[in-house]
Design a binder for this molecule. Sequence first.
Ligand code: TXA
Ligand code: MG
Length: 339
Amino acid sequence: MLQTELLQADDAGINRAAKLLKNGGLVAIPTETVYGLAADALNGPAVAKIFSAKGRPQDNPLIVHIAAWNQLADLVSEIPPQAEALAEKYWPGPLTVILPKSSKIPHEVSAGLNTVAVRFPSHPVARRVIQAAGTPLAAPSANLSGSPSPTCAAHVLDDMRGRIHAVLNGGDCEVGVESTVITLAERRPRLLRPGGITLEQLQTVLGEVAVDPAVLDRLAEGQKASSPGMKYKHYAPRAHVVLVKGSAEKYAAFLNMQQDKKVYAMCFDEDIPLLRVPFLSYGAKEDAARQAHSLFYDLRTLDDMGASTVYVHCPALNGVGLAVYNRLIRAAAFEIVEL
Ligand code: TXA
Ligand code: MG
């Protein structure tokens, strides 16, 4: 058991975090998407500790975080013009780009692939820690493997207390879901994971962008995952989650029929007046940014409220809604009720 330090995001806290990281330690840091569990990306044994702390499968590669454009060249074997164009428009920000890796990337980071995922976060605390550490940081979301990603320091501690050296408290994460992941390592750009930078935004820079089938559906038995993380059960709270498609009226009628007292609705604001079961709203129907912001926080809160089953009103599939839907179908293990 480690004694996990809780650090504040001031000069002293940031310097302490940087020192721990330089010495091969594990520190959870805030980013604009979710909290990341960071280690020195160029230190293979330090990165290996991330996998044991999270209980993460060894074949699931990590994202490398940088705090300046010129840190990219060392990490990849080429920078195609499309990567430059995306970086110019959306970095720093919630976008991860996959490129052919350089020989500097330890195999622990790339999990045996010949590519590396790179992201330049916009969160000022994340950027300061990377700069102070003087090295790019490998960081997956700072949750136990399979659980909802943490969007505040308290949720990091719930999962990681005693498993990591420190948590740097930077308050609540603004976006609330993990970064958009796109691969530019193949002939055509392909969206592997939707996030805060939308498919529509990527298309304005790149023109056509393919959408990996795993974004919207379950992988068929034996099908190879382009992004290994997409094949695992994910983002799931302890409660049984079911996604429900239908109008406000049908959704409310379906929930009001349920007998079990521990059934909760994770609904839109508009559903509230119609519901006669316990509920938690995750935003207005049209407000996908708010839904993304609340999603993981609310899934963990529903566990604390004692929910046994949570019926989530299904979001729209455009804009950031695609990211919300992508996380929810996994939290629900693809269990969807169509009314
Ligand atoms: O917003 C985020 O991206 C957060 C914060 C901390 O930056 N990080 C994050 O990391 O979500 P993680 O490890 O939870 O998700 C990374 C995803 C996984 O699905 C992984 O399989 C995929 O990116 N990935 C990483 N490297 C890859 C590669 N070289 N090729 C394909 N997929 C890759
Ligand atoms: Mg994750």
